[in-house]
Design a protein around this ligand. Structure first.
Ligand code: ADP
Length: 632
């Protein structure tokens, strides 16, 4: 590239999504405008972290300027604020790439999630990590001057934009290493250039940082900087000296989340192994919680030096919602992801941190059930994965599970297993549950009619993973789990249902047996057998599979997981012999007998699978029956 070419400022367009985002942000974040400062200070601190890390391998990068810091000053007259770091810096190409696009995938989903509610949107925007652009909430023009560490003074870059869809870049001479962001404040945002106002904001956003943040000394005639924060990484301070506000602010910095966390746990481990951990439970699930390549894990430090983001080796997958920091005194400074995978120390820390994280969740459940309900709504489905992933933590996980239940109205998961056991009926030995496509469908399931009639509580499950998870649970506090839809439902020992009305009493045994045989013949190939039901009260019929047979819901989980064709298995038809329709069936002749038997079977299939093998045939049958009724 010739000198002339690089010296002329080059005009470039923002990517469409950046343009849209800028507009959105300027409007939706208007009421929280001061967060621009948090974002810029946070970026400056990250830039210093990155340089300190690279300097471990290449100390020459630091040159003469070994102390890393952040400098902030305002010019009230000119209406500008400057935030400068002496960290890693950017090349011209990097400035174009990082400040002109949104690197993260999933932009479309992000826009889809914006609600128009400023409070919610600002949390989302924070989560999405578009921090730098927040400068445009208060500035109508932003200038970025930067020079990458290790590059000569001639390789500086000047980036500038007025948020009008374009930015310019040019190569400039720049003596200082690192990045300086200069905000030209909008008329209605000039208040931020007020020294006193700025200072109090900077304090709030920088007390937890590991680097000193400098501001001009008040009242000094010449420019004389002083540090306005403690410059001590928050997790290295004793718990008793850190305020809740500081913990929350630090969370915002590491998690890029505008919303306050639900809970945190800060621990120092000493002895054979030495490390400090600070774990947080976020208030809201990130939009990419279930994407395979989503960032997860802790921010890893070794002896206070930042090493990497998203160190996922320290927590199991089902705890991927936990955010936080880990600072080890034992790992080598040159540790890499590959080394972490092999290190037995890491394995030991992982199991200790898993325990720590589960204890934190348990504490939230115990101390603040309302917040726990919120937690469960956001992360319950993920935490549940632990039941099958982490056998050794099962004792800790089971008390954390929450379910919808026949004991409570509504679809919210509020019932814990301990609550259930405490409410068990006299004589009840098992924990009953039923799985359907949704909690509402589970509540209406015919499989639990008898249990309900006997006032036996049933847990209602409706997540896709539920059949899989529940299939792996055996017992809680000595009580076995029982799927209300599976096998023969043994009701011995349970309280009696309120006395059935005289006309709904079941026919005698011989009559019943004869009816079952007739129905079996009429349905012929469709079912494995027909028997009298224990579980039905209001419905005439249902389909069940044996204890060992795959339930229909499990079959769907496996099919969705791509397990291919599963061997067909025939269900059992259960008839409620006390049901008036079934009683009338006994008196019918052919072809009506077969037609009604088939209709009962179709209905049962509908409730079990939500669909019919042959819907056309079902409609024909139903219509001819209706016609017959109307002719009478
Ligand atoms: P995030 O920090 O979440 O990645 P930002 O929009 O705040 O998103 O920043 C985008 C990118 O710009 C950063 O990832 C970083 O590469 C670069 N950047 C921003 N500020 C600085 C800075 N002070 N020094 C060096 N690089 C920076």
């Amino acid at each position: 590239m010739s000198e002339a070419a690089t010296a002329t400022p080059e005009k470039m367009g923002f990517k469409a999504e950046v343009r849209e985002l800028l507009q959105l942000m300027i409007h939706s974040l208007y009421s929280h405008r001061e967060i621009f400062l948090r974002e810029l200070i946070s970026n400056a601190s990250d830039a210093n972290d990155k340089l300190r890390f690279l300097a471990l391998a290449d100390p020459g990068l630091l040159g003469e300027e070994k102390e890393l810091g952040v400098w902030i000053e305002a010019d009230a007259k000119a209406g500008t604020i400057s935030v400068r770091d002496n960290g890693i810096g950017m090349t011209r190409e990097e400035a174009v790439a990082h400040l002109g696009t949104i690197a993260k995938s999933g932009t479309a989903e992000f826009f889809g999630k914006l609600t128009g509610d400023a409070q919610k949107d600002s949390a989302l925007i924070g989560q999405f990590g578009v921090g730098f652009y927040s400068a445009f909430i208060v500035a109508d023009r932003v200038e970025v001057l930067s020079r990458k560490a290790g590059q000569p003074a001639g390789a500086g870059v000047r980036w500038s934009s007025a948020a009008d869809g374009e930015f310019t870049v040019e190569t400039v001479e720049r003596a200082e290493r690192g990045t300086q962001v200069i905000l030209h404040l909008k008329d209605d945002a000039k208040e931020y250039a007020d020294a006193w106002r700025l200072r109090s904001l900077v304090r709030r956003y920088s007390d937890h940082l590991a680097f000193p943040v400098f501001m001009p000394k008040e009242g000094a005639a010449t420019l004389d900087f002083e540090a306005v924060n403690q410059a001590k990484a928050l997790w290295t301070r004793p718990r008793t000296e850190v305020t809740d506000d500081e913990y929350r602010e630090f969370y915002r910095h590491i998690a890029h989340d505008g919303e306050a966390p639900l809970a945190w746990s800060h621990n120092k481990v000493e002895g054979k192994r030495e490390y400090t951990s600070l774990l947080y439970i976020p208030a809201r699930a990130p939009f990419d919680l279930n994407q395979r390549d989503a960032a997860r894990g802790l921010k890893l430090h070794v002896k206070r030096v930042f090493i990497m983001d998203d160190a996922e080796q320290f927590l199991p997958l089902y705890l991927r919602f936990i955010k936080g920091v880990l600072d080890s005194s034992d790992l080598p400074l040159n540790v890499s992801r590959e080394l972490l995978q092999k290190d037995p120390e890491v394995e030991a820390m992982r199991s200790a941190l898993t325990k720590r994280a589960l204890d934190l969740v348990a504490r939230l459940a115990k101390e603040d059930p309302e917040k726990y309900t919120q937690f469960w709504r956001e992360f319950g489905a993920v935490l549940k994965e632990g039941v099958s992933e982490d056998y050794s933590s099962r004792d800790k996980l089971l008390p954390l599970l929450r379910f919808a239940s026949t004991h409570e109205a509504g679809d919210e998961d509020k019932t814990g297993l301990a609550d259930y056991v405490a409410r068990m009926q006299p004589g009840q030995q098992k924990i009953y549950y039923v799985v359907a496509d949704s909690r509402a469908a589970a509540r209406g399931s015919p499989f639990i009619e008898q249990l309900r009639a006997r006032k036996v509580e049933v847990l209602l499950l409706g997540d896709r993973v539920d059949p899989w998870i529940m299939g792996q649970l055996h017992e809680f506090e000595g009580k076995a789990f029982q799927d209300a839809a599976s096998g023969d439902l043994d009701l011995t020992g349970l309280p009696e249902a309120d006395k059935p009305a005289a006309d709904s009493a079941a026919p005698d045994e011989a009559q019943g047996k004869a009816l079952l045989e007739r129905v079996a013949k009429a349905l012929d190939d469709a079912v494995a057998g027909v028997k009298a039901s224990q579980r039905l009260a209001e419905s005439p019929a249902c389909l069940t599979r044996g204890e060992d047979g795959l339930s229909e819901s499990m079959r769907r989980v496996l099919a969705a997981a791509g397990r291919g064709e599963l061997p067909a298995s025939k269900p059992q038809l259960e008839l409620n012999l006390a049901h008036p329709l079934v009683k009338r069936l006994a008196g019918l002749e052919e072809p009506d007998f077969s037609e009604l038997s088939q209709l009962l079977y179709d209905q049962a299939q509908l409730t079990e699978q939500g669909q019919l093998a042959n819907p056309g045939e079902f409609s024909r049958r139903l219509n001819s029956l209706l016609l017959k009724l109307l002719q009478h």
